[in-house]
Design a protein around this ligand. Structure first.
Ligand SMILES: [Zn+2]
Length: 387
């Protein structure tokens, strides 16, 4: 990527992208472990199934398995991460490192999700799982601050679409809503597992005035998005990228939105888009062709997310770098995505507004002012005005 500056906008360098305040709404705790931590935890907990025990090779194994196009291999990656996250100490460590890694990458606010029901094999209760993860996030926020980074991390509790525990997990999310948990999610294979199966969970959360997002419109198309919104009442769409199937672009560039796409745009439904993850699962064929370009142009409430940092070998900065390369985005575009995400977060309105004004806008303003000073400096240098 080249770093260039123009009067109409600043094309950010990788370093500026890393320092830009970023907001992340869709990131899986079991998809973001450090390879070295997986090796340590496997040794400490006696987990015998790792395909590699060298952290470097293990990291490559995860990316290749996720890239392979085989769903079986992709799912195997999660059996290992979840496999080593079955004790209280392991959960605290993974959550702490997650907060630290995001903060180091310039993420200022994140909602990180996980499925408590997948961490019970070592004898923990659902409550103990939630409390361990909360503790890890708080520790990570503190260590990040000690290193000069500020981050706030909220948890989303995920229920698995193929299982029958969604109401129980929704109740759990509601019980911990003022102590670290900001909402609820439903995940797992879309085909054959419509979200309408979990209506009692969504109805419970609505009656409690609570928030939830639903994985919908990733591999599976419009019916999944329609159900998530109009039957289940989702506040946000996890992915939602297939909304593109309801948008027609004619040869002359004229765009026509179908009823569902219009609804999504008119109601400002947040789309938790995850470009690199979509490339791995085949939901898009290249960054340049990723629907995020069109959705941004059409002013959908688009946000940029990592999904699974380990499996995709990515970070928020890397996602932004790919988009800057593919679409020539400037700092203004990155700010637009970040403000969109902050507007769509599940924390209270006044706190979102404070983050937007005091952290995001001021952070981008500072980056843009660097460009102004660089301009003045180069003018001074070339005109020999110094001294
Ligand atoms: Zn996801």
């Amino acid at each position: 990527m080249t770093s260039q500056t123009t009067a109409t906008g600043v094309t950010p360098s990788p370093d500026q992208i890393r320092r830009a305040p970023k907001v992340l709404l869709h990131d899986h705790l079991d998809g973001g472990l450090r390879p070295g931590t997986i090796v340590d935890l496997a040794r400490a907990t006696g987990y015998p199934h790792l395909p590699e025990t060298d952290p470097g090779r293990l990291g490559v194994w995860f990316r290749e398995a996720a890239d392979s196009g085989s769903l079986e291999r992709y799912l195997e990656t999660f059996s290992h991460t979840v496999g080593v996250m079955q004790t209280r100490d392991a959960l605290v460590r993974v959550a702490r490192e997650c907060a630290e890694d995001l903060a180091e990458d310039g993420v200022v606010y994140a909602e990180v999700r996980y499925a408590p029901e997948q961490h019970l094999e070592g004898g923990l209760t659902l409550e103990e799982v939630v409390e361990a993860v909360n503790e890890g996030f708080r520790e990570g926020e503190r260590t990040a601050r000690a290193h000069g980074h500020r981050i706030r991390v909220g948890a989303l509790l995920t229920a698995m679409r193929h299982a029958a525990r969604s109401l129980e997990i929704a109740e759990l999310a509601n019980r911990y809503r003022d102590v670290g948990v900001v909402g609820f999610d439903i995940a797992g294979a879309e085909a054959g597992h419509p979200p309408t199966r979990h209506l009692d969970a969504f109805e419970f959360l609505k009656r409690e005035n609570n928030h939830f997002t639903i994985h919908a419109g990733e591999a599976f198309g419009l019916p999944s998005i329609w159900q998530a919104l109009q039957w289940c009442g989702a506040d946000r769409l996890g992915h939602g990228v297939r909304i593109i199937d309801d948008i027609e672009v004619a040869g002359d560039g004229t765009v026509k939105l179908g009823r569902l796409a219009s609804y999504v745009r008119d109601k400002r439904v947040p789309l938790e888009l995850c470009p690199s993850s979509n490339l791995q699962t085949g939901a898009a064929s290249s960054y340049e062709e990723h629907p995020i370009g069109l959705l941004r142009r059409l002013h959908f409430r688009a946000t940029v997310n990592t999904d699974n940092r380990l499996m995709s070998g990515t970070s928020m900065s890397r996602e932004f770098e790919h988009l800057v390369d593919a679409f020539g985005y400037t700092l203004d575009d990155l700010q637009w995505f970040s403000v969109n995400a902050m507007k769509s977060a599940f924390i209270p309105f006044d706190e979102r507004l404070a983050m937007i004004n005091d952290v995001i806008k001021s952070g981008y303003a500072e980056l843009k002012s660097e460009w102004l000073f660089q301009q003045t400096a180069s003018t001074r240098d070339s005109s020999g005005l110094e001294g």
